[in-house]
Design a protein around this ligand. Structure first.
Ligand SMILES: [Zn+2]
Length: 434
């Protein structure tokens, strides 16, 4: 055996030992108590979930959203949190948000994010909670009343064991996640203010799998292309006086977007609707309209509405400026204009987010729940955590597991509910003791 082989052998021995020691780390006395309390409270957590799912809280049912908030308010008061309901100004046209806070200075300051509203409005046929074996059904049972209940019962377990003293934890349950109130400066102000007073944000949107968490998610925004051409008899198209018409110009632009802007990892853009011809009528709110045109008339007008998803502000701006350049190079006798609007910012895969994931991974290993990996940001939709990602380290997707979100077949998996609550409680406990 030569020296390098011996060194390699020693290193691999150490390498081998370290993870074994890590994964067999004992839970502390306090952590064991937390786990016991969560087990003791498990049935109550399911009953509480039933109660909040059975209150309709479609985003536009403002009374219902607030009622769910009030049910949570009582529970958070019982564990000594300061609570408040925040009404939105009239022009925002949303119910408002529920916030609760435990004040202190110890360890990391955390904001826990959930939402009270669902996509199922009062007139939806899907209104009731039911259980079949290990599966719970109900509107918002997984997206995300289940996640809110994970937050509540994790904190309850810490409180019952007197482990919340002197830690700063803000619970932020928004009332309009499924259809955010505008302007965002008003509807997301309280959430952003809470993040600015915190070090870390944990989001309890639906889990993407028992062994996945979200360290990054793409932002989303919209764009609108308007093109004009010269209305004339089609026999003259391509000649010096008439040019190419609006439809050829619109096609050139979209084709160039496809060939010249597409390609960066995580960048996607999608034209969702197009109308073109001699005359068009387009209702932007309803995303629908009518077009009129004839074979023998050069098209006068065209409109395209689309979306754009991105992993960073830089990527978004880069894509937008490429699009603007393409739009400028008009075919003869046409003009075109593109406008952009912001919706959700991106949550970038920062080192801080990955450190949080490593901490969660440690908790999961100590609970013998297996490794937790970073979920593919390209597959995850936008959510409230994105609004605070610039201010704090973030982790999302810590909520419950299930299927069929946003459909009348929405389910939540009760067999992992307790395990996920334990994981959350220990993650919070370790963060406030860092
Ligand atoms: Zn949601």
């Amino acid at each position: 055996m030569n020296l390098s082989v011996i060194i390699t052998a020693v290193y691999s021995f150490i390498f081998f030992l370290t993870p074994v020691q890590m994964s067999s780390q004992e839970l502390s006395k306090s952590e064991k108590k937390i786990i016991k309390t969560i087990e003791k409270n498990h049935q109550f957590a399911i009953q509480f979930l039933e109660k909040v799912v059975n209150i309709n809280s479609g985003t536009m049912n403002h009374e219902g959203v607030k009622e769910v908030g009030m049910v949570f308010k009582k529970q958070f008061e019982a564990i000594d949190f300061d609570t408040r309901w925040i009404d939105m100004p009239k022009e925002v046209n949303r119910a408002g948000h529920f916030f609760a806070e435990n004040k202190g200075a110890k360890g990391k300051k955390i904001v826990l994010i959930g939402h009270l509203d669902t996509v199922f409005e009062k007139d939806s046929p899907f209104q009731e909670f039911s259980i079949d074996g290990d599966i719970a059904y109900g509107p918002g049972v997984n997206d995300m009343k289940g996640g809110n209940v994970v937050v509540l019962y994790a904190l309850k377990a810490l409180h019952e064991n007197n482990l919340l003293n002197d830690s700063q934890i803000i619970v932020a349950f928004t009332g309009d996640e499924e259809s955010t109130g505008k302007p965002l400066e008003l509807s997301r102000k309280d959430l952003i203010d809470a993040a600015k007073r915190s070090d870390i944000a944990l989001g309890f949107e639906t889990s993407t799998g028992f062994n996945y968490a979200t360290v990054a998610r793409r932002g989303s925004s919209g764009w609108e292309l308007e093109v004009s051409g010269k209305r004339a008899h089609s026999s003259g198209i391509f000649n010096k006086q008439i040019g190419a018409g609006a439809i050829f110009e619109g096609s050139r632009i979209l084709n160039a977007f496809y060939n010249q802007v597409k390609g960066e990892e995580f960048l996607t853009f999608n034209p969702g609707v197009i109308l073109g011809g001699t005359d068009i009528e387009f209702d932007k709110e309803q995303n629908e309209g009518e077009a009129f045109g004839k074979n023998n008339v050069v098209a006068q007008t065209l409109i395209v509405k689309g979306g754009l998803r991105f992993i960073s502000e830089e990527q978004k701006e880069r894509a937008r400026s490429k699009m603007r350049e393409i739009v400028k190079k008009n075919l003869p006798h046409t003009t075109a204009k593109i406008t952009f609007n912001d919706s959700y910012p991106a949550m970038q895969p920062t080192d801080g987010n990955h450190k949080l994931l490593a901490l969660l991974n440690g908790v999961s290993a100590d609970l013998n729940q297996g490794e937790v990996l970073a979920y593919d940001p390209g597959k995850r939709g936008a959510a409230d955590t994105s609004f605070v990602a610039d201010y704090v380290d973030c982790l999302d997707g810590l909520g419950t597991m299930g299927t069929g979100a946003h459909t009348p077949k929405e389910t939540m998996d009760l067999s992992t509910f307790e395990a996920l609550t334990k994981r959350t409680a220990l993650l919070i406990y370790r963060l406030i003791n860092l």
